[in-house]
Write a protein that binds this ligand. Structure first.
Ligand SMILES: Nc1ncnc2c1ncn2[C@@H]1O[C@H](COP(=O)(O)OP(=O)(O)OP(=O)(O)O)[C@@H](O)[C@H]1O
Ligand SMILES: [Mg+2]
Length: 450
């Protein structure tokens, strides 16, 4: 059977970099095959997909050597548009591939670009929206979807096009459990119909039921099989508890918080040193709750008290002295010119910034531009930058997504150190291992808790 994708001796180097990020990659993807690529954060998984999709080097610079064939044809001279007729791509940061304002138009946009006959478009669009349980959102502005709903929509758009090859970069990252299972089943069906699927994913237990082969990138090379697990890192030494007695009054208290037209949230009471995990399906209102507590969104009813003071009349900068917020999409909060400057903001000692960068395994990248980091590295940096300011309460929105075992452990160590020294965490995560490691109390958001 002719391979859908055949890569031979592919090497790639970013512009201004001295070393290859990918070296001598050989990969064959046959019709009906599902292949998973794993590897540490920053190992080059997204770069590999970008090389196949034509984004690297054409749009992001760099040098590519070796060949990529698609259904027997050398695609070196094909641009992204030409490649997209045969290759469907889901980028890791789905926000970069949203082109229209509303859900229905977004699906139509992809089909129109593939010159799908006009009369077939409405039926195809309805069918895929139904398959992904997005009918209720059909006319909704995309800007009002949750991150999980956006990811679900963009996957739907990609699957609607039905190209022979699919490249999916962490498609499960923001999905709740039900939607993840739905997607696993859909991918299995698509492979049975002949599509060849390449998935980047760290959680091999999630995808192993559907994948035919697992590969991993390590030190620029593609190897067969799953990555060998890194030895668990020792957790950081427990710092002494603060000498002042733990206050008996809560750090945070919410009362009947409501954002019209949605139902009220259950009340939250948080004390110093506590960790609470907000649990709920995609679109259940977790991020909205965090945004209200950070002052970014004003509730239509109810109140939020920080250190027994209502935040209703406080400015965001005042709230930010007590509350740090690590956003779901790290691209929205990295502003500095270098990784070092991102953490070492005014008022923060160089030694503190250095310690945090070392703890997050980013010290080697101190002089790099934050936007040139991989998604996983960006998430660690955003966390480090917020913790460097020593907030009393830290809000974390799905920040452990896409971390390999070792990087996840680094993040968890830092968070444990934070709570042991009296810091408080309110977080969202679809990963049960995170709640367990942080010994978090669970609070339901959504139908059960809202
Ligand atoms: N535009 C760029 N310019 C320079 N270096 C880059 C650029 N994009 C990525 N890199 C570097 O290339 C390496 C591989 O990045 P890539 O995004 O492919 O990793 P990844 O395996 O997908 O990681 P993650 O699991 O975090 O998504 C990283 O070290 C990253 O810092
Ligand atoms: Mg990546």
């Amino acid at each position: 059977m002719e391979p859908v994708i055949q890569i031979e001796n592919l090497s790639f180097t970013y512009a201004n970099a001295t070393q290859h990020v990918l070296c001598d990659i050989n990969l064959t993807l046959k019709p009906g095959e599902i292949v998973v690529v794993a590897g540490a954060t920053g190992s080059g998984k997204s770069t590999l997909l970008n090389c196949i999709a034509g984004i690297a080097p054409t749009h992001i610079g760099g040098t590519l050597t070796g060949t990529i064939h698609c259904q027997g044809q050398d695609i070196e001279t094909w641009n992204v548009c030409q490649r997209s007729h045969r290759i469907g791509t889901l980028l890791q940061n789905v926000e970069t591939q949203i082109f229209t304002d509303n859900v229905y138009d977004e699906v139509v946009f992809g089909l129109e670009n593939l010159a799908t006959p006009t009369q077939r478009i409405p039926a195809l669009t309805q069918a895929i929206l139904q398959e992904f349980d997005l009918q209720a959102q059909t006319d909704r502005p995309i800007a009002r979807l949750s991150a999980g709903q956006k990811q679900r929509l963009i996957i739907a758009c990609v699957l609607a096009m039905g190209q022979p090859a699919l490249l999916l970069d962490e498609p499960f990252a923001y999905l709740d459990q039900t939607t993840s299972h739905l997607l696993l089943n859909l991918l299995k069906q698509r492979a049975a119909q002949g599509q060849a699927i390449l998935i980047v994913e760290h959680r091999l237990d999630l995808v192993q039921t559907i994948c035919d082969r697992t590969l991993h990138i390590h030190q620029t090379h593609l190897h067969p099989g799953p990555p060998t697990l890194a030895a668990p890192l020792p957790s950081s030494p427990t710092p002494p508890l603060p000498s002042s007695p733990i206050p008996l009054s809560p750090l945070l208290q919410t009362n009947s918080l409501t954002l019209y037209p949605y139902p009220s949230y259950s009340d939250i009471t948080l004390y110093s040193g506590e960790t609470v995990l907000l649990k709920g399906d995609n679109g259940s209102g977790k991020t909205t709750l965090l945004r209200m507590i950070s002052g970014l969104v004003k509730p239509t009813a109810g109140s939020i008290e920080l250190l027994e003071c209502s935040i209703a009349r406080k400015r965001i900068v005042e709230i930010a002295q007590t509350v740090g917020f690590v956003l779901q999409n790290p691209n929205h909060q990295l502003f500095a010119d270098t990784v070092q400057q991102e953490v070492q903001q005014p008022g923060i000692l160089a030694s503190t910034a250095d310690r945090i960068l070392v703890q997050l395994n980013l010290k080697e990248r101190a002089e790099q531009h934050p936007q040139s980091l991989s998604q996983g590295q960006k998430r660690r940096l955003a966390l480090g930058a917020v913790l460097a300011r020593q907030p009393r309460l830290c809000l974390l929105d799905e920040i452990t997504i896409g971390q390999d075992t070792q990087s996840l452990q680094l993040m968890l160590n830092l968070l444990q150190t934070f709570t042991r020294s009296g810091g408080t965490l309110l977080l969202t995560s679809h990963d049960p291992a995170v709640a367990k490691a942080l010994n978090a109390k669970i609070m339901e958001v959504g139908e059960k808790g809202r």
